[in-house]
Ligand binder design. Structure first.
Ligand code: 7RM
Length: 643
């Protein structure tokens, strides 16, 4: 396989410009972790320094960083840059769904808006520790709302704007949010009236904790406003005071909750705290995107996901970056949109998902070739394994062979990037996330938990020690935090991913080893989808697996058994799809549904998903061992009737 060395220009300007320097700092970070993280923590402005760098016990899932320290995340992202004289510098560039819509906020303007919003929240009775749910599309007010919560010490819970009312309701109730922030309707691609407020109205019928809904006017479409409960954002800001001092938060005070799908039906409220998260996101953003002042940095993720939290808002803004936010989609008005935006704003650092690259690559080189992409210096990917074809396309057609690609592996739970190349350092191999970031000790374990030493091994990916950005608990359920991440391999953090280490010690993520399917970079729990399908009155049982899809990475294949006496009709199929879209969201709807008389189960009643995965992927020659099935005969009809 061909390897790609960082070019000399990147090396020369990079914060770290050689593998020797990386190794030196890596070894320092491993041998003297407390010194290393104390040094990195200097990026953050603390109101009070810590008493202790770290304390941890993976056997109890207890982790603290910078205990005793005081800081405010919003102050670090906004105020201190104004105080340092950079108020007139651009903080946020917003590119609307329609190409003629752009808004810029400098740090002065951002500070002004954030303070007004923070006071508007206070006027609604929101205080330190209260939870605020944010359900919006990618408009600037979303970033402002997040920062305003951080400013007053309210814990934000951003719910991705494509989620259906039921999912929103479950997330609000789990953390008992007091206020919901949304917008009238949303604009995305050809959709110009996404019913945000009316979805919110449906959700809050069953969320007793919500006292008020704050509504941003994005489109002006008519919506219902409930007297005494619903407040227009612009009115609330107009009657707010201009000044709002940032709350002094403990390093271990919660900053936000973000829900992620698990292998049981109920989503997990991943909780991140303040000090460690800020140190980790700013440090990783600095080194991995090799960020230098005034560079234009664009991460295309949605703020509804962790990538948007860590690498649109907190990391870049702590580093005083010019960070971009995009409301639209890569194929609207046409397949050149990303490249048009890069030319228009002279983007230097570009971070996107393999699924987007696959979709764009398929449309041919003519789209990127229409635009001047010379401003690009570094390209990043995240969310799923990137395969060689799209890696090469990214490298050759987008980066013109001069931009290092950082394939960054991490998770909602990790808060920031753990395995990644550094642009001025790492010789890359297409498809490998390469080497650990500073302070990170990845381990590959066999199923019994034995550490696989040396190179050319494959196993379960775990971390030997904590890092400052890792999650601290599952909101309201510390036992679940322990069981999900620390129980299977005692004393380690288990990621749920499989991984191999090659002859050069490079890491290659092989995908999830649990019941999570990643579709277009979105984590979906099989249990959640099965629960939704199972809610259909004709359905007796459903099992859902992923199968490879050329654009989405994986697509969803549902095996469904109907109740006796219920007939398979085209309506059943469409109703099932409708139900999943309504319960979870369109991104979770099954691409294929196979009705079957029975599912392959062990004698203890566990569905053997491995067999279903093989059938769904058309790997029927080697289904694996089927001898432990209660009734092996179901397999042949499943194979014959596969779609
Ligand atoms: C940041 C994010 C996490 C899961 C993770 C992996 C997969 C993420 C990569 C990747 C291969 C990568 N958070 N994943 N990055 N697989 N190479 N560079 O995506 O919580 O939504 O998903 O995504 O399976 O466990 S996430």
């Amino acid at each position: 396989m061909q390897k790609y060395e960082p070019n000399s220009k990147t090396r020369k300007n990079a914060h770290i410009g050689s593998i020797e320097d990386y190794k030196k700092l890596y070894e320092h970070s491993i041998n003297n972790p407390e010194d290393f993280w104390a040094e990195q923590a200097e990026r953050i402005t603390w109101f009070k320094k810590w008493d202790k760098i770290w304390e941890w016990d993976f056997n109890k899932a207890n982790i603290t960083w910078f205990e005793g320290a005081k800081l405010n995340a919003c102050y670090n992202c906004v105020d201190r840059h104004v105080d340092a004289g950079y108020g007139a510098k651009t903080a946020l560039i917003w590119e609307g769904n329609n190409p003629d819509e752009t808004r810029n906020y400098n740090y002065n303007e951002l500070l002004e808006k954030v303070q007004l919003t923070a006071n508007a929240l206070k006027n609604l009775g929101v205080g330190k520790g209260d939870r605020v749910c944010i359900y919006m599309q990618m408009i600037p007010e979303l970033a402002i709302a997040v920062l305003a919560c951080a400013r007053i010490g309210a814990v934000h819970s951003v719910v991705f704007g494509a989620f259906a009312p039921d999912s929103l309701e479950a997330r609000i109730n789990d953390s008992e949010c007091k206020v919901l922030i949304t917008q009238d309707t949303g604009v995305r691609g050809t959709k110009n009236d996404i019913p945000m407020k009316s979805n919110a109205d449906i959700a809050v019928k069953k969320t007793p904790s919500i006292e008020n809904i704050l509504v941003v006017k994005r489109t002006g479409s008519p919506i219902e406003m409930v007297e005494g409960r619903d407040v227009w954002w612009h009115n609330a800001l107009a009657s707010s005071d201009a000044e709002c001092a940032p709350e002094e938060m403990d390093a271990e005070d919660p900053l936000f909750i973000l829900y992620t799908s698990g292998s049981t039906g109920k989503p997990k409220g991943v909780m991140h705290t303040t000090g460690g998260y800020m140190v980790y996101t700013s440090t990783t953003h600095h080194y991995i995107f090799d960020y230098h002042p005034d560079e234009i940095y664009w991460c295309t993720a949605d703020i509804g996901w962790i990538t948007g939290h860590s690498y649109i808002i907190y990391g870049p803004m702590a580093n005083r970056a010019v960070t971009m936010m995009f409301e639209g989609v890569p194929n609207y008005p046409d397949f050149g949109r990303f490249w048009e935006i890069i030319e228009k704003h002279k983007v230097n650092k570009f971070y996107t998902a393999p699924t987007a690259l696959r979709a764009l690559m398929k449309e041919g080189d003519k789209w990127p070739n229409k635009y001047n992409l010379d401003s690009l210096k570094i390209l990043g990917t995240v969310g799923e394994p990137i395969k060689e074809p799209e890696w090469l396309w990214y490298h050759n057609i987008i980066g013109k062979e001069k931009c290092p690609i950082v394939d960054t592996w991490w998770q909602t739970e990790t808060g920031g990037i753990l395995i990644t190349p550094l642009p001025g350092v790492t010789t890359t191999k297409p498809g490998s996330a390469t080497l650990p970031f500073f302070g990170i000790i990845p381990e590959l374990l066999d199923d019994e938990g034995n550490v696989l030493e040396g190179n050319e091994v494959e196993g379960n990916l775990a971390m030997q020690r904590p890092w400052p950005g890792m999650m601290r608990t599952v909101y309201g359920d510390h036992q679940r935090f322990f069981e999900t991440y620390f129980e299977k391999f005692p004393g380690k953090y288990f990621s749920g991913d499989g991984c191999k280490r090659d002859e050069d010690g490079y890491y290659w993520i092989t995908g999830r080893v649990d019941d999570v399917i990643i579709v277009s970079g979105h984590n979906l729990g099989t249990a959640e989808i099965e629960g939704s399908i199972g809610g259909h009155p004709s359905v007796a049982e459903a099992a859902v697996v992923g199968y490879p899809h050329e654009i989405k990475g994986n697509s969803i294949y549902a095996f469904v058994t109907l109740r006796t006496g219920h007939e398979i009709t085209e309506d059943t199929r469409t109703e099932i799809i409708k139900r999943v879209r309504a319960d979870i969201g369109p991104h979770a709807s099954p691409e294929k549904i196979q009705f079957t008389e029975g599912l392959p189960k062990t004698r203890s009643g566990k569905i053997m998903r491995r067999i279903l995965r093989n059938i769904a992927s058309d790997n029927i020659d080697d289904l694996g061992d089927i001898s432990t099935l209660a009734d092996p005969s179901v397999v042949s009809s499943l194979v014959d009737e596969r779609i």
